[in-house]
Write a protein that binds this ligand. Sequence first.
Ligand code: NAD
Length: 355
Amino acid sequence: MIRVGVNGYGTIGKRVADAVAAQPDMELVGVAKTRPNFEADAALRRGYALYAAVPDRIDDFSNAGIDVAGTLPELLEAIDIVVDCCPSGVGADNRSLYADHDVAAVFQGGEAAGVADASFNARANFEDARGAEFVRVVSCNTTGLSRVIAPLRERYGIEKVRATLVRRGGDPGQSDRGPINDVLPDPVTVPSHHGPDVNTVIPDVTVDTLGLTVPATQMHTHSLNVTLDSAADAEAVKELLASEGRTFLIPEDAAIDGAGKLKEFARDVGRPRGDLWENCIWERSINVVGRDLYLFQNVHQEADVVPENIDAIRAICTDVPAAESTARTNQALGVGLESRFGSEAPDRETLIADD
Ligand code: NAD
């Protein structure tokens, strides 16, 4: 059993905690929070041991009637690895504390790449995290790009990727980011930092990205143009992308026209919190003109990095092979939406998790 703690129990932390608790080879020892808000209440309802992330504030919890099991340093003494899900930049501040307690750590994409020995995407560079002390799971946008770029590069070779990232202005709960009513080139400098971030997990590919922020909360939308090294046809690309374990090709007949209906579908099929862990690629958008591939995809910023965090833990703490780890994670969470439209289900990864 890998003993895991989660420090920072917000949008990403609560999802990672649930995902850890669902793995048969992991034990969620506890979660650390700075304050006794509604998420602390929810953590206790889920049966998670709650720790005060800032020891001096432990009385705030007891004053609010919230039971805590101890403080963050005590949690760190009881675990093999911590998943740091604190706001951007706070993870870097926590790094020395984790080192002092001899605890390995997984950081999130809001941290600079230098916080960790390796940046990580399970599909792109699983082995780079093997046995590392500190690993950073790349951001939601970089995760979404890497999951498409890695298989295309393996199959066809890539001359250049050009991607426009239409990013949600804030998560649904981030009321401090709004109200907003604008479309912002963000960052206004071109290309944006997302391409170099892809290069932290796939070094030898040319990726130019442009970013925009729009008044939406549910998902990001990516518009991709990939110039392949060799000719391809659209049907073969559809088959390739459908066969990936963490993609969902949105079928034409499903009448899903945007993030609203995608999230509605996720809730209808019983996804926790309406989460979409997969890249959601509009099947109809996949087109090839000569060596130029075009597609639109949506990524759920709150969810797509969650299975990647689980695989990062296994890469650091075990010798479980990459394919076996991703299969285990997918099976435990239920990752891999399959369309009921069309004649056949896609031929997905055949590896069965061997627990
Ligand atoms: P969030 O604000 O929703 O959650 C962060 C939590 O950490 C909050 O509960 C906050 O109270 C708590 N916190 C603040 N200071 C702390 C401290 N010193 N110790 C412990 N907890 C502390 O943030 P988030 O969206 O979950 O982002 C966390 C990380 O994940 C960031 O690096 C972010 O860039 C990255 N990320 C976010 C998204 C997203 O869309 N939300 C997607 C991918 C990656």
